[in-house]
Ligand binder design. Structure first.
Ligand code: CAA
Length: 388
């Protein structure tokens, strides 16, 4: 990172996150990867370091910074542990719908505990039958007096087992397609809300990814985001536009963390009477990886700055940075395993975890195939004279 391009606050935040990542996360990353349990000690350290509400406005108890600062923190966390990086970032994903679609009263109610690190929030969009085609969801919310009754199941709910709140998307009017979807903030102790299956995952094993069952789950009508039905799908899309740079930053952190380890290892490891890093073939690999990471980082930061500027057209850049950074992360972490040779394939070394953690970044918050679709749609709309 070229420090001259960043404000003193951004550099201080990056350093604060790096200290926490090195001193708290890295020493326990393998343990939580093995156990697949939630690292509360890490969550408490994030809270104590004052980093929980980086992206939340000051009036709602947060730091009042933006998506760029969120990305700086997520990159540093993910450099030490990809699972802990997303365990933090998913709170932004869960709270963005409140920020973009909630009333002032709703923001005052839910954002301060998240900003203080006292509550976690998840994001319930996907279902068994509705992954890439998010608009085909079948979870149903029906009004009953002053309450909504929600029935259905949410899938791939990151942090759902530990979050106090979950932003749940459900169909309020089945005749209106995407315009019949609404968003609700549901508390974990709402009647009829139940955490189901815990996925046994390839990577990001420090965060629970679960199914959420909603069985006649009753929520007060005042928990309908924005107070008006039918805006949920747009709120989800606007949220994903803001959150995808966070996944991209997670990918940059994973790639950078893997490259750091590969540089140290190839320097130390001797074959044919010399350090492995003295071979030009290896040096070219290191140079290519560093170049790709730097390019990805700059695209992520450009997307984040564009979002923070208040620009209207953020969809294409957001998808582009997610697509590029996560493909770079998969390529780089795979090549880093190669540089460790047989040792890279074994759990005695931390490198294989980077490759496992990287894979999901190409899948969640919209597969990279969906990112290409989103980018292409923007290109064609622009060519036809529409907005970006
Ligand atoms: N901003 C604002 N509005 C948007 C928008 C955007 N970026 N994208 C779409 N919309 C609006 C459209 O304008 C349209 O509005 P009107 O009805 O007023 O015309 C409406 O939303 C429907 O849009 P489309 O017709 O384009 O919708 P679609 O059904 O063709 O699908 C899609 C669009 C881009 C493919 C979308 O379904 C999508 O993003 N899919 C991927 C879902 C995803 O990312 N899921 C990940 C969930 S989170 C997760 O991974 C788990 C976790 O916990 C980390």
């Amino acid at each position: 990172m070229i420090e001259e391009l960043y404000t003193p606050l951004q550099i201080e935040l990056r350093n604060r996150a790096r200290d926490l990542a090195e001193n708290v996360m890295r020493p326990v990353a393998a343990k939580y990867d093995e156990e697949q349990t939630y690292p509360w000690e890490v969550q408490h350290a994030i809270r104590d370091a004052g980093l929980s509400g980086v992206w939340i406005p000051e009036e709602y108890g947060g730091m009042g910074a933006g998506v760029l600062e969120l990305c700086l923190v997520v990159e540093e966390f993910s450099r030490a542990c990809g699972g802990m990086g997303v365990g933090f970032a998913v709170n932004a994903l869960g709270s963005f719908p409140i920020l973009v679609g909630g009333t002032d009263e709703q923001k005052k109610r839910w954002l301060p505990p998240i900003a203080a690190g006292e509550a976690l929030i998840a994001f319930g969009l996907s279902e068994k039958v509705a992954g890439s085609d998010a608009g085909s969801m079948i979870t149903r919310a029906e009004k009953d007096g002053e309450e909504y009754v929600i029935n259905g199941e949410k899938k791939w709910n990151t942090n759902g087992a530990v979050a106090s709140f979950n932003t749940i998307f459900a169909v309020t009017n089945p005749d209106r397609g995407a315009r019949g979807i609404s968003a609700f903030v549901v508390a974990k102790d709402a009647p009829g809300y139940r955490v189901g299956k815990h996925e046994d995952k390839m990577g990001i094993r420090a965060v629970p990814v679960v199914e959420i069952h909603l069985e006649d789950c009753r929520v007060p009508a005042e928990n309908l985001l924005g107070g008006v039905e039918g805006h949920g799908f747009k709120q989800a899309m606007i949220t994903l536009d803001r959150a995808r740079p966070g996944v991209a930053a997670q990918a940059v952190g994973l790639a950078q963390g893997a490259l750091d380890l590969a540089i140290a290892y190839t320097h130390e490891r001797e074959q044919f009477g010399q350090s492995v890093s003295s071979f030009q073939g290896i040096q070219w690999m290191l140079a290519d990886m560093a170049t790709q990471i730097e390019a990805a980082r700059h695209l992520v930061h450009t997307a984040a700055r564009t979002i923070d500027s208040g620009a209207k057209s953020i969809t294409k850049l957001s998808a582009m940075c997610k697509l590029m950074a996560t493909d770079v992360a998969m390529r780089v972490t795979t090549d880093c395993v190669q540089l460790f040779g047989g040792y890279g394939y074994c759990k005695d070394y931390p490198i294989e975890k980077y490759m496992r953690d990287a894979k999901i970044t190409q899948i969640y918050e919209g597969t990279n195939q969906i990112q290409r679709l989103v980018i292409a749609r923007s290109l064609l709309r622009e060519a036809a004279g529409g907005g970006k």
